[in-house]
Design a protein around this ligand. Structure first.
Ligand code: PMP
Length: 411
């Protein structure tokens, strides 16, 4: 009854894998097998599964109603938490997903600039609406320094979307010189997540800020995944000043969420009852259940906790790099999020990932499933505060064993 057996494409696996329940650092499948979960619903579970404070907040709120058809105090509280953590942001509009957040941010940028076109990076993932379903994981994107827009099946967005190379600052500047005056916005992840956890090259985001000012487009920083870092996003860690920020994942405490944050002068274009404003609705936007879960979750993820988790991630990543290099693997990422690649040198953009041995990566992932560890098939692994040092040690040991088994000379 469900196409492919899944409600989101990336969860399709052969053989299929069905979850029964989650407990802290573990995800238990329908056969009763528990595995240490390093997927964490693709970065959205910062405390693992069923964190007691979050469960309590959800239960308490459920008893008070799950949706009101009226704004609630909880929205104000979660907006305050976000504004406090993102310097440069003064207002927040909630959505139900990161997809809706990037869709809305681009609308705000289009309205502010009175321009239609946008630009995104090859390999960048910003959700499933048409303008951004372009060159996510293209097989052939044309010349490396002049990537051609490749629309996903069924998307027409490429007519209005230009595509930039993530690892080539000079080319980005040249393309912006040519087309930047037509762009309403450049949308960018500070670390490309879905493509394989590759942080932007040093200088790229600063250059985009400069180009945005020069050519009059908005810099929209997609921190749907990376807001976790330092407790205030990579913009805080790297001192980047976007015009708008898109959020999602952890701020909903495990429930569906997205948000756009920005300065009042831009965000106010959403405020009724002004004329010529942007219309934006959604039956479940800012629903009290998500807000309560987000507040409880984020209260337990203060700056110190975020820094500790990132430091643990940094240590794990450098240990894995050292252990896995002899088996022809590399590891990319930042803080608590990383990706193992079946490539001897760390990829810097989607084209490098595409050139890696994805078949081997899948064998490694399924070998780890057999040993009790759940990683994304593309090699992504994400820490939560529920992981213990023992979990990380065990993972390193298991990864080394599977890496050896799948090494090209042995396999
Ligand atoms: N932007 C980024 C950077 C993402 O990683 C994702 C989801 N993985 C999205 C947007 C879309 O968010 P959602 O899946 O909640 O629509």
């Amino acid at each position: 009854m469900i196409p492919g057996g899944v409600s989101r494409d990336q969860l399709y696996t052969d053989p299929p894998f069905f979850a029964s329940h989650g407990e802290g650092a573990y995800l238990v499948d329908v056969g009763g097998v528990g595995r240490v979960d390093f997927v964490n619903n693709y970065t959205s579970l910062i405390h693992g599964h069923a964190h007691p404070q979050t469960v309590e907040a959800i239960a308490r709120q459920a008893a008070r109603g799950t949706a009101y058809g009226a704004p609630s105090e909880l929205e104000r509280q979660l907006a305050r938490m976000i504004v406090d953590r993102l310097s440069g942001s003064e207002m927040v509009r909630f959505t139900n997903s990161g997809t809706e957040a990037t869709m809305l941010a681009l609308q705000i940028a289009r309205s502010a600039t009175r321009r239609k076109r946008i630009a995104k990076f090859e390999g960048g993932y910003h959700g499933s609406h048409e303008l951004v379903r372009v060159s996510i994981k293209p097989e052939d994107g044309g010349p490396r320094s002049r990537p051609q827009p490749v629309a996903e099946e069924g998307a027409e967005g490429f007519d209005l979307t230009d595509v930039l190379p993530f690892d080539d600052l000079t080319a980005v500047e040249a393309i912006a010189r040519q087309h930047g005056e037509q762009w309403a916005a450049v949308l960018v992840e500070p670390m490309q997540g879905s493509a394989g956890m590759m942080p932007a090259r040093q200088g790229l985001l600063e250059k985009l800020r400069e180009l945005a000012d020069r050519h009059g487009f908005m810099l929209v920083l997609d921190e749907v995944m990376t807001f976790r870092h330092g407790g205030h996003g990579l913009q805080g860690e790297w001192n980047i000043r976007p015009d708008l920020t898109t959020l999602g994942k952890i701020i909903g405490g495990g429930l569906p969420v997205g948000a756009v944050a920005g300065p009042e002068k831009l965000m106010d274009s959403l405020a009724p009852p002004k004329p010529h404003r942007i219309q934006h609705s959604g039956t479940f936007n800012g629903n009290p259940l998500t807000m309560a879960a987000g507040l409880a979750t984020m209260a337990a993820y203060d700056e110190q906790t975020a820094r500790d988790l990132d430091a643990r991630g940094d240590r794990l990543r450098s240990r894995l790099q050292e252990t896995l290099a002899q088996f022809g693997l590399s590891v990319t990422g930042w803080g608590s999020m990383m990706n193992v690649h079946a490539a001897p040198t760390p990829p810097q953009c989607w084209r490098d990932v595409r050139a890696s041995d994805s078949g081997r990566m899948h064998r490694i992932q399924s070998g780890l499933m057999d040993r009790g560890f759940f990683l994304a098939p593309r090699g992504m692994l994400v820490l939560s505060t529920a992981h213990t040092e023992e979990h990380l040690d065990q993972l390193e040991e298991a990864l080394a064993a599977v890496a050896e088994q799948t090494a090209p000379s042995v396999a």
